[in-house]
Design a binder for this molecule. Structure first.
Ligand code: GDP
Ligand code: MG
Length: 613
């Protein structure tokens, strides 16, 4: 069986965890909030209705900022922890853990400073709560939330919107069904005009979670009393009304201490002719006990649904994290491993493009099957081997001495110059395949699901792969140029041996023609060269694709990232971390989810540690 302390303590700890992790409900958060599932007591009331005074007298300490205007500008989550008698009282802020305040004037100062830290000098409000724990033998276990007083007008220096903003903030606390409303109304004002009751009536019409508190009983006109309200006739609630007598402004000025004030309050009720019969159900000490007991009951009733909310949310968050990818390891070894895994994933996709399975590899065949033969067909051999040009080349090669049998030099020159035409289409094939490969790298990076999170690594990979492709292209270019040069460095002797002699065609081999540069003779030379070049062209049409695949495609499959791997292996941890830099938006999202997950898990542990069953 759980004790009262352990139950409220449990909720306190979960609430603290919520604040630390930025889960305090309110606007802007699309994620489920645990905070909203936790029961708490929210103090509401108009300005100067006595909210701060009630809180202080529940605590038995003087520690809240006072003054005119809107003093409370951030919610104050006040967690009271009862300690054993004789223990020293102290306070602790969640934003400054390890610092124990025993001087409560310093607590007041810190609340003011911490308020300003968030809201600045603008005197505006913020819904980020300040969390204060008070450990004392004079308190009961209870969590209360002090909210800005509802107001009608902004003061000097405050934006007009503040009235609406406060209303929104207060509502966001009291609207949630788990909130217990401590509605403070001053007795010296008509209850029908009470801001607190107006709000409570709206958000809790049945009055099941509203506790009505009537302050300033001592300030009522002589001869009147508040029995109509306190006995529930003026405004009916499910819980009994509690009357309170706080310190007056004069008491505060005289520094009447809280313990004395509590005693005076007790005396007020016990000696009151009007309220004597209610004396055991009046006053701030009674109110504190009443709330604590109620809070305990509510928590007990809520725990099963809180547990199921926690478990359900943990499942959802885990799934979401799986979807986004888990956080990256921090040590260099694990980072290197992650990078290599990602590279391998990319490499798999890239190979699928080349080998089939994914489209794109077929475009390389397209280069060899269409582009290259078309380019070869278009080479201007007709013009190059025209009668005119043959005559020019042969006569230039002969010089002053016309050739005797066959124009050896002329043939060579005509063949050499023809062969150099092949360089163009050969280089074009190299480039075309290069661009296909480059495009496939780009596509593969985009299609590698695991890489999506890492824009920096994506860029690094693309750069490394493209650099490798450039190297392959250069190597391929040299190779195919060499193929072409090889063709001109040694001619196929057989081809010429098999050529019919001019004599057999009707001439005399020793004295072929009278005119060395006659038309028939030159035409024959042109056609011989042309058929030789045609033969070479057939060879190159087959050998260029072989060279290109060997140098570019095969290498891309085999060693696209080899250089990158060896570089990455030498990187320092810091550089590895940079490579794994994620898309900031995604990182933020994951961090938010991871934080929330941590919160829910710690809440689950908290609940497990309490024997509440
Ligand atoms: P808050 O603005 O709602 O926080 O109100 P405060 O607690 O600051 O109280 C406003 C003023 O009313 C202060 O001067 C208090 O001393 C005074 N006050 C509050 N409650 C009582 C009470 O029960 N009796 C008397 N005489 N004065 C009170
Ligand atoms: Mg106040």
């Amino acid at each position: 069986m759980a004790t009262m302390e352990s139950l409220i303590g449990l909720v306190n700890r979960i609430q603290r965890a919520c604040t630390v992790l930025g889960d305090h409900g309110g606007e802007g958060s699309t994620l489920p909030t645990l905070w909203e599932a936790l029961p708490s007591v929210a103090v509401v009331g108009g300005q100067s209705s006595g909210k701060s005074s009630v809180l202080e007298s529940i605590v038995g300490r003087d520690f809240l900022p006072r003054g005119s205007g809107i003093v409370t500008r951030r919610p104050l989550v006040l967690q009271l922890h009862k300690t054993d008698d004789g223990q020293q009282e102290y306070a602790e802020f969640l934003h400054a853990p390890n610092k124990r305040y025993t001087d409560f004037a310093a607590v007041r100062k810190e609340i003011q400073d911490e308020t300003d830290r968030i809201t600045g000098r603008t005197k505006h409000i913020s819904n980020i709560p300040i969390q204060l724990s008070i450990y004392s033998p004079n308190v009961v276990n209870l969590t209360l939330i002090d909210l800005p007083g509802m107001t009608k007008v902004a003061i000097e220096g405050q934006a007009d919107s503040i009235v609406q903003d406060i209303d929104n903030m207060v509502r966001s606390y009291v609207e949630k069904p788990n909130s217990i409303i401590l509605a403070i109304s001053p007795a010296n004002q008509d209850i029908a005009t009470s801001d607190a009751i107006k709000l409570a009536r709206e958000v809790d019409p049945s009055g099941e979670r509203t506790f009505g508190v009537l302050t300033k009983l001592d300030l009522m006109d002589k001869g009147t009393n508040a029995l109509d309200v306190l006995e529930g006739r003026a405004y009916r609630l499910q819980h009994p009304w509690v009357g309170i007598v706080n310190r007056s402004q004069a008491d505060i000025n005289k520094n009447v201490d809280m313990i004395a004030a509590r005693r005076r309050e007790r005396e007020y009720f016990s000696s009151s002719p009007d309220y004597g019969h209610l004396t055991n159900k009046m006053g701030s000490e009674y109110l504190a006990k009443l709330l604590s007991k109620h809070l305990e009951t509510v928590i007990k009733a809520r725990i099963p649904s809180i547990i199921s909310l926690i478990n359900k949310t943990i499942d959802e968050l885990e799934r979401e994290l799986d979807h986004l990818g888990r956080p990256i390891a921090v040590d260099a070894g694990a980072q290197l491993y992650t990078i290599l895994e990602l590279c391998r994933a990319f490499d798999r996709v890239f190979k699928e493009h080349l080998d089939g399975g994914r489209p794109g590899g077929d475009r390389i065949y397209g280069v060899f099957d269409n582009q290259l033969p078309a380019a070869l067909r278009k080479l201007p051999f007709d013009r190059h081997l025209s009668l005119q040009n043959v005559r020019k080349v042969v006569s230039e090669a002969d010089g002053y001495q016309p050739h005797l049998i066959a124009p050896e030099q002329g043939y060579r020159r005509l063949i050499d110059s023809s062969l150099s035409f092949f360089k163009g289409p050969a280089e074009a094939s190299v480039d075309a395949v290069h661009f296909v490969l480059k495009e496939l790298v780009r596509k593969s990076i985009g299609e590698t699901q695991e890489l999506k999170r890492f824009p920096t690594l994506q860029a690094d990979l693309a750069a490394a792969a493209n650099e490798a492709l450039e190297r392959f292209r250069e190597d391929s270019r040299k190779t195919i140029l060499r193929l072409v040069e090889m063709e001109s460095s040694y001619l196929t002797v057989d081809f010429f041996r098999k050529l019919p002699l001019e004599a057999e065609k009707g001439g005399n081999p020793t004295a072929p023609t009278n005119d060395r540069y006659g038309e028939g003779h030159l035409r024959r030379i042109g056609s011989n060269v042309s058929s030789y070049v045609g033969m070479v062209c057939d060879t190159l049409r087959n050998s260029i694709p072989k060279a290109v695949v060997h140098c570019q495609v095969r290498e891309a499959k085999r060693s696209l990232l080899d250089h990158f791997y060896s570089q990455v292996g030498k990187r320092e941890k810091k550089q590895l971390g940079v490579m794994l830099d994620e898309d900031p938006a995604l990182m933020e999202k994951r961090e938010a989810i991871a934080k929330r997950l941590e919160l829910y898990k710690s809440a689950r542990d908290e609940i497990d540690s309490v024997a509440w069953k």
